[in-house]
Write a protein that binds this ligand. Structure first.
Ligand SMILES: Cc1cc2nc3c(=O)[nH]c(=O)nc-3n(C[C@H](O)[C@H](O)[C@H](O)COP(=O)(O)OP(=O)(O)OC[C@H]3O[C@@H](n4cnc5c(N)ncnc54)[C@H](O)[C@@H]3O)c2cc1C
Length: 524
């Protein structure tokens, strides 16, 4: 049914909701009835829609951007526990091990029942991805073998390949995907969610009634006001550099779903928590170091090598051997003022160019692959103010702005540790303890800042991903999935459960959709 604007404005209930920038005479109102509406066409929303069409239900997906996938176009891989692929590769990690690691990491300040479902169901999530024809390129880790739970399944083509298969399946089975269509608010009658108001690119208002609504809008990483309000790290005093968002250049994650849910009474938890990923070069946009040209990816890799790391005072603050454990680095940098400098000499520069890094950068630049693009990295980095080269240590210190006497002192100390083969301050591995020639340059430095890629706080949910109010009661007909969920993280992302964000997004989407459909079938 299609109403013209005049008829629509005649409806008192709808009048307040009109915010269209389109000239009044051109905008129209469309009304629709569906069983299931999904707000957000990213990883969690598409996983939900995929599960729905597999159950014979044709959902309506609203995506505000011109393209589908959201941040879900970027993951290299996802967490799975007990998967077929792990069994084939002799990996015996159990659900209990992963759950225990998560609970301990979060000091038990998280919802164990929801986490258990996400970890247990990850087996099916990963197996089904494989059944859809996505190939795996291994299980990788940021940790040493003794520490890793070996959960991170890397997809050939990344999660973008998974998104593509979801979209193909949804379309083939009659699901409806509307891009450039922004959900604006939930329709509520008798304390029950019963639909969504949205606006499309033409400015038309969509009034969609639905039996069940799933919110999957990806959190609020791209909403500066919400970050300033909730995330301490973004506004802490005494920081030399702020946190930078390593997100898509066009980023729809502006907290819409969380705000819509709150307006109908949902509770929130963990709003202060972000997934930090550091160090990154202060180059705009940071995402180019993740998926851009080699000189930036390799520069990011060189930045996190276990040579010498100092803070803005020229002193060490971290065990450089753990340079690939990006969340630990983010947290340590937050305590140390928000900036680091990686210092090394010509011998290390030559080693990286000819033999490669000793620590990987995610699964993007692997250890042992020659960093041939580093000369270009320096060319652009010196111009842009984050790569440095000097003949003397004092000159390098001046370039990076740390007290020269502190840097000299730190280097002398580390030289002694290299001679002894022991780092009594931070426990850097013996093989990473290198001695500098204090008299002979050149010396190099790269500047690192803190980046984050996700917000981790949001709406509190049941193990079926139904939204809860602050008292724990279910808000009828409303589900919340992916990065809009809160209460799973204490203060930062849990990298022991590698690949959990994308895995939790897909699993929560599927479980929510299947639960919603079952409820519909049972007339609830
Ligand atoms: C660079 C990068 C690398 C990553 N790598 C990994 C990795 O290796 N492993 C891992 O586990 N995770 C990784 N992640 C995290 C992973 O991408 C997220 O966990 C996942 O995408 C979350 O899914 P989501 O559906 O909640 O959000 P998204 O995938 O971001 O989707 C949300 C969608 O909702 C849309 N939307 C927002 N508001 C509205 C509205 N009002 N109406 C309609 N649509 C709306 C947005 O435009 C967006 O398309 C990475 C993320 C980034 C940015």
């Amino acid at each position: 049914m299609k109403l013209n604007r005049r008829q629509f404005l005649g409806s008192a209930a709808a009048a307040a909701a009109v915010t269209s920038p389109i000239p009044a005479a051109l905008a129209a109102v469309q009304q629709k009835n569906v069983d299931l509406i999904i707000i957000g066409g990213g990883l969690a929303g598409l996983a939900a829609a995929n599960a729905a069409v597999n159950k014979g239900v044709k959902p309506l997906v609203l995506e505000k951007l011109q393209f589908l996938g959201g941040a879900g176009l970027f993951p290299e891989g996802s967490l799975g526990v007990n998967t077929r692929y792990q069994k084939e590769h002799g990996i015996k990690t159990t659900v209990q091990q992963v759950l225990d690691a998560a609970l301990q990491y979060h000091h038990f300040r998280c919802d164990p029942a929801v986490l258990r479902v996400l970890i247990e169901e990850s087996e099916r999530t990963i197996n089904e991805i494989q059944d859809m024809g996505v190939e795996f390129r291994g299980i990788r880790t940021m940790y040493g073998p003794e520490e890793s739970l070996m959960t991170w399944h890397l997809f050939v083509g990344g999660a973008a390949e998974v998104i593509k298969r979801f979209v193909d399946n949804i379309k083939a089975r009659g699901g409806e995907l509307l891009t450039q269509t922004t959900a604006q608010k939930l329709i509520v009658e008798n304390d029950t969610v019963c639909g969504v108001e949205a606006v499309n690119a033409k400015g038309d208002k969509l009034l969609i009634r639905a039996k069940k609504v799933i919110i999957a809008t990806g959190g609020f990483a791209a909403n500066k006001e919400m970050l300033a309000q909730h995330v301490f790290d973004s506004s802490a005093l005494g920081m030399v550099e702020p946190i930078w968002l390593r997100g898509p250049v066009v980023d729809g994650r502006t907290g819409d779903g969380i705000k819509m849910a709150q307006l109908v009474g949902a509770g929130v938890a963990g709003m202060h928590t972000v997934a930090g990923n550091a160090p990154y070069l202060p180059d705009v946009p940071p995402i180019n170091q993740f998926s851009g040209p080699d000189e930036l990816k390799q520069g990011r890799c060189a930045l996190a090598q276990p040579w010498l790391w100092v803070d803005h005072t020229g002193r060490r603050f971290f065990n450089e051997s753990r340079g690939s454990v990006f969340v630990d680095v983010y947290n340590a940098m937050t305590s140390a003022g928000g900036v680091l400098y990686t210092i090394f000499d010509q011998q290390k520069m030559d080693q990286m160019v000819q033999k490669g890094a000793v620590l990987p950068f995610n699964a993007i630049v692997l250890a042992g692959v020659p960093l041939k693009a580093l000369p270009k990295t320096w060319e652009i980095g010196m111009e842009r103010g984050w790569a440095f080269k000097a003949d003397t240590i004092e000159e390098l210190a001046q370039q990076i702005g740390v007290p020269p006497e502190n840097l000299v002192d730190t280097m002398k100390k580390v030289n002694k540790y290299a001679e002894d083969g022991v780092d009594p301050d931070f426990g850097r591995k013996k093989e990473h303890l290198v001695k500098f020639d204090m008299q002979k340059g050149p010396y190099y430095a790269l500047k690192g800042i803190r980046a984050f890629f996700l917000t981790l706080g949001g709406v509190t949910v049941t193990p079926n991903f139904e939204a809860k109010n602050p008292q724990g009661d279910v808000i009828r007909n409303l589900y919340v999935v992916g990065q809009d969920i809160g209460g799973l993280y204490d203060s930062s992302y849990d990298l022991r459960c590698e690949g959990s964000a994308s895995s939790f997004a897909m699993t929560s989407g599927r479980v929510a959709a299947e639960h919603a459909i079952k409820q519909i079938e049972e007339g609830k």
